[in-house]
Design a protein around this ligand. Structure first.
Ligand SMILES: NC(=O)c1ccc[n+]([C@@H]2O[C@H](COP(=O)([O-])OP(=O)(O)OC[C@H]3O[C@@H](n4cnc5c(N)ncnc54)[C@H](O)[C@@H]3O)[C@@H](O)[C@H]2O)c1
Length: 159
């Protein structure tokens, strides 16, 4: 049941790949509660996933590709989102994670440290990069909210 809790609120949701993604469920509930959304994922995930289906279920929310580890991609994403919304966003969901070692089936004791660095960049530092770009572009509205699901999000404070 909708209580229109997010009526008039605008947000960017990162990380909806398919119906099993946490971000997918959050996007649907946020839309049901009246939010307007922009959906984003890595370009490769947009090709592999089903995000256009989610977009249709969320009022044809724009889908904008961005590798969350690449600052230029994030600047483009926030620029396009602010143009679409006619201003800043009220919320951001960071629901991003990926282990390159696991994806490649590499055992823990054989781990590639280069892959491990990339894992850290994607799963954790991307949150900082997103906040940094949002800060620099003044893209987050006053009293806006950011929710992140990686452990470091609970431990660090971005001013
Ligand atoms: N599933 C769980 O039990 C669980 C528990 C605690 C925390 N989490 C966290 O929740 C988040 C979402 O996990 P999920 O279970 O929905 O998995 P998921 O695989 O559906 O979501 C992860 C998303 O990250 C995206 N992604 C990967 N690399 C990216 C990049 N470079 N740029 C942008 N996006 C990229 C993927 O395309 C995918 O959509 C992750 O941060 C995960 O660590 C999950």
């Amino acid at each position: 049941m909708s209580c229109s809790l997010l009526k008039g609120k605008k947000g960017i949701i990162f990380g909806a790949l398919d119906e099993k993604s946490i971000a997918w469920k959050v996007a649907k509930r946020a839309y049901e509660e009246g939010a307007q959304l922009v959906l984003s994922n890595a370009p490769v995930a947009l090709r592999m996933g089903e995000i256009n289906k989610l977009s249709e279920e969320c009022g044809n929310a724009p889908v904008i590709g961005a590798d969350a580890t690449v600052l230029e991609d994030l600047k483009n994403l926030f620029g396009q989102s602010m143009e679409h919304f006619g201003g800043g966003v009220d919320f951001i969901l960071h629901s991003i994670g990926m282990s390159v070692n696991m994806r490649k089936g590499i055992d823990y004791h054989n781990m590639s440290y280069v892959h491990n660095w990339k894992t850290f960049d994607i799963s954790s530092i991307s949150l900082h990069k997103i906040l940094r770009v949002a800060w620099d572009m003044d893209a987050l509205n006053e009293w806006g909210s950011v929710v992140a699901l990686s452990y470091i999000a609970a431990q660090r404070v971005f001013p």
